[in-house]
Write a protein that binds this ligand. Structure first.
Ligand SMILES: *Cc1c(COP(=O)(O)O)cnc(C)c1O
Length: 366
C-alpha cells in the first residue's frame, strides 16, 4: 500500500466552483488588494476571534512585518526556539535583528522556563513557535513578556485553529503570523500569509507596510515592502475557509487514532498530550527507538514518513555567524535522533492508517 505524504491532489480534486470564482476575478481585473482580499481577511479574523486580519505575501512576512511594526530593527534581539523551521529565524534576521535561541521541550515548543535567562538589555521581542500544531505554554510566557516589557509575536504558521482553553494560537500576543503555503493546513496555490491582531495601531501599520507604506496613491507614510496577499490566492482562501475547522477536526481524529494504537508499541513514545490544549497536528510526530531503521523500514513499505528535521536550525551552516555550537540545546539535539513524522492529513483513509500502525508494529516485533 502506498501512503503518500502530499494530499494536495485530493484536496483540490473538485474545484469547479472555485474555478468559476477565479474566472470571475480575472474578468473583474481586481488583481491587487480589492474585495476578495477584504472578504478573506474578514472571514479569517472571525474564524480566529481576532479584531483584524491582514493578508501578506508569505508566512515569513507574516512574522517579519509585525516585528517591524513593533519597532524591531538592527541590533535588537528576538528570542525564539532552537528547533523551528528556518523561516522564523529568517523573518527576524531580515530586519537586521539577532535571533536568540531557547531550547524546546517534548511538546516541540519553546521551554518557557528558560526564556528569562535569554533576556538581555537588547531583547525587544519574543517569538514563540507553535511548532507542529502544538502550542507554546502561553499562560506561562505572557506574564514573563509583560514583566520585561517585551512584545510577543506568535509564529502560528503550523497552528491554525489550535488553542489553549479555547484561546486560539495567534491571538495571545501583540500579533500572530500564519502561513498559507501549500504544505500548511490551510493551503492556497502558492505563497501567502496572514497576520492577526487586536491592536488597531498594529493593524494600521501592517496595512501600510505590506503595500509600500502607501497612505494613498500619492503619499508614502513609512518605508514599506511589496508584500500583499495575492487577490487570486484570497479567492482560493475564501473557498478553503469554510473547510478549515473540519480539516483541523479530521487531523485531530486521525492523530487520536494513531495515539491509541501506537502507544501500545514498545519502541514508540507519544509526546505529552497536555490537557486543555487543542493540537492541530500540522505534523504528527512521535519518538521512536532506532529511528533511522524505522524510517527506512517505513519508506521501503511505501509509507512516506519524514524527519523534521535531521539538523536543528541552530546548527545550520547558514547560521554559523550566530556563534552557537552543537550541544547548546540538548533537547533539540536529542529530538533530531528520535522523531519521526507520519502522514496524518485530513484525506488519509482508515486503511492507510492501519497499514502505518501495522508496519511500525511489525518493525519492533522484529
Ligand atoms: C511555514 C512556516 C513559516 C513561514 O513559511 P512561508 O513559507 O514563508 O509561508 C514560518 N514558520 C514556521 C514554523 C513554518 O512552518
Amino acid at each position: 500500500m502506498h501512503v503518500r505524504y502530499s494530499y494536495l491532489p485530493q484536496q483540490f480534486a473538485e474545484i469547479d466552483s472555485l474555478l468559476s470564482q477565479i474566472k470571475a476575478l480575472v474578468q473583474s481585473g481586481d488583481f491587487t488588494l480589492g474585495a476578495e482580499l477584504a472578504r478573506f481577511e474578514q472571514g479569517f479574523a472571525e474564524m480566529l476571534g481576532a479584531k483584524h486580519a491582514i493578508g501578506v505575501g508569505s508566512g515569513t512576512d507574516a512574522l517579519k512585518l509585525p516585528l517591524r511594526a513593533a519597532g524591531v530593527g538592527a541590533g535588537d534581539e528576538v528570542i525564539t526556539t532552537a528547533n523551528t523551521f528556518i523561516a522564523t529565524v529568517g523573518a527576524i534576521a531580515e530586519l537586521g535583528a539577532r535571533p536568540v535561541f531557547v531550547d524546546c521541550n517534548d511538546t516541540f515548543c519553546m521551554d518557557v522556563s528558560q526564556v528569562e535567562r535569554a533576556i538581555t538589555p537588547r531583547t525587544k521581542a519574543i517569538m514563540p513557535v507553535h511548532y507542529t500544531g502544538y502550542m507554546t505554554d502561553m499562560n506561562a510566557l505572557m506574564p514573563i513578556a509583560q514583566r520585561h516589557g517585551l512584545v510577543v509575536v506568535e509564529d502560528a504558521c503550523q497552528a491554525i485553529l489550535a488553542d489553549i482553553d479555547g484561546k486560539r494560537a495567534g491571538t495571545w500576543g501583540r500579533a500572530g503570523g500564519f502561513s498559507l503555503h501549500p504544505l500548511k493546513n490551510l493551503n492556497v496555490w502558492g505563497d501567502g500569509g496572514v497576520v492577526v491582531t487586536d491592536d488597531d495601531e498594529t493593524a494600521r501599520m501592517l496595512r501600510l507596510l505590506r503595500n509600500h507604506g502607501m497612505e494613498n496613491r500619492d503619499e508614502i507614510a513609512v518605508l514599506g515592502y511589496n508584500s500583499r496577499l495575492d487577490t487570486l490566492q484570497a479567492v482560493v482562501g475564501n473557498w478553503l475557509l469554510p473547510q478549515t475547522e473540519s480539516i483541523a477536526a479530521k487531523r485531530i481524529e486521525h492523530a487520536a487514532y494513531y495515539d491509541r494504537h501506537l502507544c501500545e508499541i514498545a519502541g514508540i513514545r507519544i509526546p505529552p498530550r497536555t490537557p486543555g490544549m487543542r493540537r492541530v497536528y500540522h505534523l504528527y510526530m512521535v519518538f521512536a527507538e532506532r529511528r533511522d531503521e524505522l524510517l527506512a523500514h517505513c519508506l521501503a513499505a511505501g509509507i512516506e514518513a519524514k524527519v523534521h528535521y535531521p539538523i536543528p536550525v541552530y546548527r545550520q551552516k547558514g547560521l554559523a555567524h550566530l556563534g552557537y555550537r552543537a550541544g547548546d540545546f540538548p533537547v533539540s539535539d536529542r529530538h533530531i535522533g528520535e522523531v519521526i513524522t507520519l502522514p496524518c492529513d485530513q484525506h488519509l483513509s482508515r486503511e492507510q492508517m492501519d497499514f502505518v500502525i501495522e508496519t511500525v508494529r511489525a518493525f519492533y516485533r522484529g
